[in-house]
Design a protein around this ligand. Structure first.
Ligand SMILES: C[S@@+](CC[C@H](N)C(=O)[O-])C[C@H]1O[C@@H](n2cnc3c(N)ncnc32)[C@H](O)[C@@H]1O
Length: 329
């Protein structure tokens, strides 16, 4: 499993870029960018080198952690997957590219694209001294136009990107992303109901085109969750000093909520059930909410069944479980 924390090379590159920048200025910029996001805006407010750096220091650790958690889930389902090429759509500062490079040592070709020039410049600077990412190519342009010209890749990733485009644009981009996917498409978004709805729309669209879900779902059928419930996960990550300063944070960690889907052309050989929430542990039993091939299951491990109870206590939100079908309550 790849660590959810930024690799040392990237941390050092970010720290190096921060030297000479005022941290309180960066904190102000990061706060205003995040206020825009909370108000439904997008990364269009990132216009200067200082904005790009503030955004990267404040948000890259969390989006990196979410992409890494999603890639770890994919690797668990597809342990033999060894992509050689990556296409990172709406790559911003290069977050998903760094995460994929860590997760897959097989990757050799990294193609990134984004409309934002200052984020593109920052990404190239962050990767400049990296031995792993020294040969990235980064196209500046609107996603559909740039993607139409791009070569297909084994792994295509869009991380925290589709939330920035309208529904019609998402449908068109989804089709194009799939056309450029040789093996696997991974889409990661914030863990909100609205982002989940976008992921489900993309999932439905691509299943209709013949795609299969590798993760998180253990099936290609309809999502069994009903509003106000929605499928999302949480990844803990450590905050560096700079990260804490720029976010004006008091604790040295944060939990990033995210939703994701990994879609493949060929069905995975084995798709175990997925744990959809932290297990509910009481003195009497452990109840685990599972998405299974047959729908939603609340699997109960009663305390009187000591082995099952101990086993169920070890379960974690987001992990897979092979036992859900046998111990349903
Ligand atoms: C929230 S940032 C995420 C950046 C990066 N993928 C990450 O996970 O940290 C969204 C990125 O998508 C890019 N983007 C949004 N709409 C786009 C479009 N239509 N064409 C190209 N890039 C776009 C933005 O410029 C921005 O860099």
């Amino acid at each position: 499993m790849t660590s959810p924390d930024l690799p040392a090379e990237l941390k050092a590159a970010l720290d190096g870029k921060l030297r000479g920048f005022s941290r309180s200025d960066a904190a102000g910029r990061a706060a205003s960018i995040s206020k825009t996001y909370r108000g439904g805006g997008n990364s269009g407010t990132i216009r200067t080198e200082a904005d790009a750096l503030a955004y990267a220091v404040a948000r890259m650790p969390a989006t990196y952690a979410a992409v890494t958690a999603s890639l770890n889930a994919l690797v668990e389902i597809r342990p033999d997957f060894a992509p050689k090429s990556l296409l990172d759509i709406g790559a911003g500062p290069g977050t998903a590219t760094w995460a994929a490079a860590e997760a897959f040592s097989s990757l050799q070709h990294f193609a990134l694209l984004d409309a934002n020039d200052v984020l593109r410049t920052l990404a190239l600077e962050l990767a400049r001294d990296s031995t792993r990412l020294s040969n990235i190519s980064y196209e500046r342009g609107e996603a559909r136009t740039a993607l139409a010209k791009a070569d297909a890749a084994d792994l295509v990733v869009a991380s925290y990107m589709i939330g920035e485009i309208g529904d019609a644009e998402q449908r068109a981009l989804t089709e194009l992303m799939w056309a450029k996917t040789r093996d696997t498409l991974l889409v990661v978004e914030p863990g909100t109901p609205a982002s989940y709805a976008r992921i489900i729309a993309l999932r439905d669209q691509l299943i209709a085109l013949g795609a299969h879900v590798a993760a998180p779902c253990p099936h290609d059928g309809q999502c069994p969750l009903q509003p106000p419930d929605w499928c999302h996960f949480s990844q803990r990550l450590q905050r560096s000093r700079a990260h804490m300063q720029v976010k004006a944070a008091e604790v040295p960690f944060e939990d990033e909520r995210f939703s994701y889907v990994a879609l493949t052309h060929a069905p995975a050989a084995h798709r175990p059930s997925r744990i959809l929430a932290p297990p509910d542990v009481t003195k009497a039993a452990v109840v685990t909410k599972l998405c299974t091939a047959d729908g939603l299951v609340r699997a109960t491990a009663p305390r009187r069944d000591k082995a099952a109870y101990i086993q169920a206590r070890k379960r974690r939100w987001g992990e897979t479980s092979d036992s859900g079908e046998t111990d349903r309550g």
